[in-house]
Design a protein around this ligand. Structure first.
Ligand code: CO
Ligand code: ZN
Length: 321
């Protein structure tokens, strides 16, 4: 829980991943041979081996907001960084990198809350006062603390710090055999950007993206086969990728052989780093291991720790085969 607390509560909006990168780098360093970053900011942890070259990727960025304009009264107008559900933004709290806190308000009441009608209130009384702490282009992350309920955890940014957590845990105990790259990518939430440069540089034989997936197990949720507590999800498809059949089949076979609970995932909304990885160079055989997550892109995302554990087991199994 201590590691999960650090991973979820360190802010890292897309393009501003430096702090979270430092946290992950320190955590994974003892379990690998080298850790480095590329020019875009991706963090690459390499555990050397003589077998197949396998790349695992989890993104370390999170959704947030960016300041576009400061009005005369000190209210901040903003745009989205990544996918925000505007109807859920009202009265959410955000945190800037310097610690300034704001709350999102709306100039409309009982309306649809278009992004252009929303503002961030940082308690400033004038533009001058606001400009003393916040500038155009500053980003802020949502606030959402980590809580545990039975076997489940709730927090902001579980998308995809829970994937980062899974990669760190997998790296810790994986057998030294294949040539393994654990990559923590930047800018996934704004279009799978970091995954493009890491995959190009490493040129792996196989790639696996580790991210969260939607579920269909809440009241009147759109019908979907994935549910919390039913095991690691083996990705078949999302909007960015049709997973390589060889990789998908291998993951299912490993899960069956080792008795790891798994479920098949077809996510009809949203993409993952798997899409960018698969389209790099002349194509890379790519699959996905997903962690079922309720309320994705909210300040209170929820995952089941058993699913996380099973995802770690499956990552390790694929890395060692
Ligand atoms: Co996301
Ligand atoms: Zn994600």
């Amino acid at each position: 829980m201590e590691l999960l607390e650090q991973l979820t509560q360190t802010d890292g909006v897309s393009g501003r991943e430096k702090h979270i990168c430092g946290v992950i780098s320190n955590e994974i360093l003892p379990y690998v041979d080298e850790v480095y970053t590329d020019a875009l900011g991706n963090l690459i942890a390499h555990k050397k081996g003589t077998g197949k070259k396998i790349l695992f990727a989890a993104h370390m960025d999170e959704i947030g907001v960016i300041v576009t304009f400061i009005d005369d009264n000190g209210f901040l107008r903003f745009s989205n960084v990544g996918g925000l559900y505007r109807e859920h933004l009202l009265y959410r709290k955000v945190r800037f990198e310097n610690g300034v806190i704001g709350v999102i308000g709306s100039e409309e009441h009982n309306k649809e809350h278009k992004l252009s009608k929303l503002y961030i209130d940082i308690g400033a009384n004038s533009r001058e006062e606001a400009e003393q702490t916040v500038s155009i282009g500053d980003t802020a992350a949502f606030i959402g603390d980590l809580r545990q309920i039975n076997n489940k955890v709730i927090s902001k940014a579980l998308d995809d710090r829970i994937g980062c957590y899974a990669l760190i845990q997998a790296a810790r105990e994986v057998q030294r055999k294949n040539d393994l790259y654990f990559c923590f990518t930047v800018q996934e939430e704004v279009g799978l950007r970091g995954a493009k440069t890491v995959a190009h540089d490493i040129e792996p034989d196989f790639a696996v993206a580790v991210d969260v997936t939607d579920t269909g197990d809440t009241p009147k949720a759109p019908e979907m086969a994935v549910g919390l507590g039913k095991g690691a999800a083996v990705k078949v498809m999302d909007r960015s990728v049709l997973c390589d059949v060889q990789v998908r089949t291998a993951l299912v076979a490993l899960a069956k052989k080792q008795g790891i609970p798994y479920q098949l995932e077809v996510m009809t909304d949203g993409g993952t780093d798997a899409g960018a990885l698969s389209l790099t160079r002349s194509g890379i055989k790519t699959g996905g291991i997903s962690i079922p997550c309720r309320y994705v892109h909210s300040p209170a995302e929820m995952v089941d720790l058993e699913d996380v554990h099973h995802a770690v087991q499956l990552i390790r199994a694929f890395a060692a085969q």
